[in-house]
Design a protein around this ligand. Structure first.
Ligand SMILES: C[S@@+](CC[C@H](N)C(=O)[O-])C[C@H]1O[C@@H](n2cnc3c(N)ncnc32)[C@H](O)[C@@H]1O
Length: 217
């Protein structure tokens, strides 16, 4: 039983949405194209960290289905339960990635699909830097977000009250570069989730490689 008062805001929202989130975003061609980009570049049996792994679909399912070793981390117990059931060949942990220790160089790739939006800007920047250190040199990081210049914006997402913080697109790219990543491919799209309360949203997908320089700071 989860103590409702001690859940993080993100856990409360995504516990409530559960499998509805997957259905609403299943039509994303940009997400599928992003996974294709990653799968074409991973060596056999790569170790991949999926931050904010949600229901495990499409990301962990595609990676594990291609024979890669996936560790999914999500703060929502409901999402972790669904992902563990839907992608039994993956490993899923219920944890807040902001506080989870990460070993340097442990992963060949890291995915962060829409998992930063309930973090402060300082937390988002600090996390990306930590994720870069968790990549082996030359490892790949895919970062997708909603590139809006907003801080603590109170909105409604698929019927749930949410507080959103993000960066404008140019600042997301600058954050990635400042963290020691080379941006190899960048895609901006508008996407409307399949849900009665959904509105069109801008989405930015950055496909990056850890370069040779140490992250600053
Ligand atoms: C918008 S959903 C995206 C799910 C999946 N990445 C996808 O694209 O289908 C964001 C996910 O990130 C998780 N999340 C948000 N903040 C988190 C945190 N601090 N630590 C771990 N997971 C987090 C949420 O619980 C949710 O499942």
């Amino acid at each position: 039983m989860v103590d409702e008062d001690r859940r993080s805001p993100a856990a409360a929202v995504f516990d409530a949405l559960g499998g509805e989130y997957e259905k609403a975003f299943a039509g994303s061609a940009a997400h599928r194209a992003s996974l294709k980009w990653l799968l074409e570049r991973l060596g056999p049996g790569s170790r991949v960290l999926d931050v904010g792994s949600g229901t495990g679909r499409p990301t962990a399912a595609a990676l594990a289905g291609a024979g890669h070793r996936v560790l999914g981390v999500d703060v929502s117990p409901v999402m972790v339960e669904i992902a563990s059931r839907q992608v039994p060949e993956g490993e899923f942990r219920c944890a807040d990635i902001r506080r989870m220790p990460l070993e340097d160089g442990a992963f060949d790739a890291v995915c962060v699909y829409f998992a930063l939006l309930q973090m402060s800007r300082a937390e988002q920047s600090g996390l990306v830097r930590r994720l870069v250190r968790a990549l082996r040199p030359g490892g790949l990081l895919v970062l997708a977000t909603v590139p809006l210049d907003v801080e603590d914006f109170d909105g409604v997402f698929m019927g749930q009250a949410v507080r959103v913080t993000s960066f404008a697109a140019r600042d997301v790219s600058a954050l990635a570069r400042g963290a020691g990543l080379t941006v190899l491919r960048e895609e901006s799209v508008m996407f409307t989730p399949t849900h009665p309360d959904a509105r069109p949203e801008p989405q930015l997908f950055l496909h990056c490689r850890r370069d040779g320089t140490e992250p600053a700071g």
